[in-house]
Design a protein around this ligand. Structure first.
Ligand SMILES: NC(=O)c1ccc[n+]([C@@H]2O[C@H](COP(=O)([O-])OP(=O)(O)OC[C@H]3O[C@@H](n4cnc5c(N)ncnc54)[C@H](OP(=O)(O)O)[C@@H]3O)[C@@H](O)[C@H]2O)c1
Length: 226
């Protein structure tokens, strides 16, 4: 498949449970990939991927990552994290701030860093990974749910702001993903009901394609049978 031949894709969180599948899906489709994580994964350039390390919960980190990546056609923003803080009155300030930093602020910083070049080129695809909890609140997950709901609002806002510029901005909303970390955390769950990372990766690739040029501001549920 040569779908993304000649396209430069920036994938944040590319080393994670979902990110590894997304990275592989774009490589399989002949993309040139710049992968960002907090820590170094692999050599600077290996297997068609350039690895950049940056802390994307800071504006400076996101700007550094975008500068190192160069002009990109697609941003896939996967960086995020999960913490169950308990009921609101027991949720610590540390958890609240960490969820907003990881799930919302990182997206704001990355989008802000790549949009100017996309506007100039009049082409771009931005896909963020949100969560079902961003649409359907869950008890004891206020920090996580609020951070993903705010991410949804950010995505829809940027979609409106860029809609006449050849740019599309969308999010996918998984339920539980079948990752090694989730299997370890929930050993007695029925994994077959969860969503496979490869299935999410395929949807992200489609949203990044020219075929999806008219899909903008969508929050796409990918729930499997969870
Ligand atoms: N897992 C699920 O069931 C589930 C369900 C719904 C939505 N999601 C969402 O899907 C996305 C991916 O989830 P996942 O389970 O694959 O996550 P994960 O395995 O924990 O991976 C997180 C990735 O983000 C990177 N990262 C973390 N903090 C960072 C920071 N401050 N700066 C730069 N990079 C950072 C990590 O890099 P390092 O390895 O270098 O730290 C890693 O590549 C997240 O947005 C998550 O909220 C997950």
């Amino acid at each position: 498949m040569r779908q993304f031949s000649g396209k430069r894709i920036l994938i944040t969180g590319a080393s994670g449970g979902l990110g590894s599948a997304v990275l592989q899906a774009f490589l399989d489709r002949q993309a040139t990939v710049v992968a960002v994580g907090r820590t170094k994964h692999g050599d600077r350039t290996s297997g068609g991927v350039s690895w950049v390390s940056a802390d994307l919960t800071t504006s400076a980190g996101a700007l550094d990552a975008a500068r190192e990546a160069g002009e990109v056609d697609v941003l896939v923003h996967l960086v995020g994290g999960f913490a169950a803080g308990g009921p609101v009155e027991k949720t610590t300030g540390e958890i609240w701030t960490r969820m907003l930093d990881l799930n919302l602020n990182s997206a704001f910083y990355m989008i802000r860093a790549v949009v100017p070049a996309m506007l100039q080129k009049r082409y771009g695809r931005i896909i963020a990974v949100s969560s079902r909890t961003g649409l359907d609140p869950a008890a004891n997950l206020s920090a996580y749910g609020v951070s993903k709901a705010a991410l949804n609002a950010l995505i829809r806002t940027v979609a409106l702001e860029t809609k006449d510029s050849g740019i599309t901005v969308n999010a996918v909303l998984p339920s539980v993903i079948d990752t090694p970390a989730n299997r370890q955390a929930m050993p007695s769950a029925d994994y077959a009901r969860w969503v496979r990372p490869e299935s999410i990766a395929a949807t992200i690739c489609w949203l990044a394609s020219d075929e999806a040029a008219d899909v903008n501001g969508a929050l796409v549920p990918i729930y499997g049978r969870a």
